[in-house]
Write a protein that binds this ligand. Structure first.
Ligand SMILES: Cc1ncc(COP(=O)(O)O)c(C=O)c1O
Length: 393
């Protein structure tokens, strides 16, 4: 069978390959610590699970509007008001099957073949795969520790050309866990806006980001650039990865286009998941999510301290997403070799930088600290054992 050029151009995830190898080791009876997964170990908060069971006792689950349940769209809009201080018309909220489907819709709506789009390197690979699938000419902007592995206004200006149609930023970022400072995000968005270019800002980890110095929650881009297109999800802050529910907030003129695309691509997001997600915004659920956020902060401290002790430097400590991006250059191994050997020799699954781009990829490894403290402590002890061979050399 001859597959499309589009399908053949999508690169495989090394993380998945390591996942299969980890599964093979487990089948042989080994205990593998998986720090390769981008999902919290907490699961959905209990009020959400209860709401799902309650919803199941009700009537059948018909399709909802392609844009989502009106009550859920309203609840999301209210959440942006109470949490981020931005007032949004609920009509601008589109509930989707995860952030992934939100990205599918907005890229389908905006990208024409050959459109040039700027994306930071390293970054979450699927986002740029959506762009590329619709024919975008994705320009990866190399970043390093000096800009927290994120694009800043100077880099965007340096890579700008008249044919740039848009830019995509994820803040906080996967794989580095680092955010774009608000003043930098404002300058980046203003630069793009002044050239008539769209801005897609993936805020899937925003709920987990550190508060600012005054204790205020991290800002949504909508407080900075009301015309930006926001992508978000129930997967990370609400711990609902497998429920496949997310949303986007888009300018009013885009909504009928997104509706038409959603109707045709998947009809609507899961009705059951949407009814359950209404419970996400109850005070008791938010309290659970906030205490989980604090737990993740404690895990981050544990991991940063442990990696420093072992001699695996984290050039930029994360301030949002539950990832650290550490440098393995001192071992003499590249990131692929490091991950292969850490898995084979001490059964710790990590993700090589190669999954996230080209820039610095061979020197960096992503560790997800969304696992339990017991697993993190065990993984650090194993990595310490693994590292002794390089310290002796
Ligand atoms: C930056 C980023 N965007 C989007 C997604 C997709 O998330 P969802 O589960 O909501 O589809 C992920 C998942 O890890 C991510 O890291």
């Amino acid at each position: 069978m001859k597959f499309s050029d589009r399908a053949r151009a999508v690169a495989p995830f090394f993380a998945m390959e390591f996942g299969s190898r980890a599964a093979a080791l487990e089948a042989q009876g080994h205990r593998v610590i998986k720090l390769s997964l981008g999902e919290p170990d907490f699961g959905a908060p209990l009020p959400v699970v209860n709401a799902m069971q309650e919803a199941l006792r009700g009537t059948a689950m018909p399709y909802t509007s392609a844009l989502g349940l009106p009550a859920l769209r309203q609840a999301i809009a209210r959440y942006y008001d109470t949490t981020y201080g931005v007032q949004i018309d609920p009509a601008r909220v589109v509930v989707t099957a995860g952030a992934s489907a939100a990205l599918l819709l907005v890229t389908a709506a905006l990208v024409n073949p050959g459109d040039k789009v700027l994306v930071g390197d390293p970054s979450y690979p699927c986002n740029r795969q959506f762009l590329a699938s619709f024919g975008a000419d994705v320009t990866l902007v190399p970043t390093d520790a000096s800009t927290r592995y994120q694009v800043d206004a100077a880099l965007v200006r340096q890579h700008w050309s008249d044919d740039v149609r848009g830019l995509m930023v994820a803040t906080p970022s996967n794989p580095t866990g680092t955010s774009v400072p608000p003043e930098e995000l404002a300058a980046i968005c203003e630069l793009a806006r002044s050239h008539g270019a769209w801005r897609i800002v993936d805020e899937i980890y925003l709920g987990l980001a550190d508060a600012d110095a005054a204790g205020r929650p991290a800002q949504s881009v909508l407080a900075i650039d009301p015309g930006a297109i926001v992508i978000n999800s129930f997967s990370k802050y609400f711990g609902m990865t497998g429920w496949r529910l997310g949303w986007c907030i888009a300018p009013a003129e885009m909504i009928p286009v997104l509706e038409r695309l959603a109707q045709n691509y998947y009809i609507c997001p899961s009705t059951l998941a949407q009814h359950a997600a209404l419970a996400c915004f109850l005070p008791e659920t938010i309290a659970i999510c906030e205490s989980r956020r604090e737990e993740l902060v404690a895990r981050r401290a544990l991991v940063l301290e442990g990696l420093a002790r072992i001699g695996l430097p984290v050039p930029v400590p994360p301030d949002g997403a539950f990832y650290v991006y550490f440098n393995v250059a001192a071992t003499g191994l590249d990131s692929m070799q490091f991950c292969e050997r850490a898995l084979d020799e001490v059964h710790v699954a990590l993700t090589p930088g190669n999954d996230f781009g080209q820039c610095g990829a061979a020197e960096h490894v992503r560790l997800s600290f969304a696992a339990s403290r017991a697993d993190l402590n065990e993984a650090l002890a194993r990595l310490q054992r693994f590292m002794t061979q390089f310290q002796r050399a």
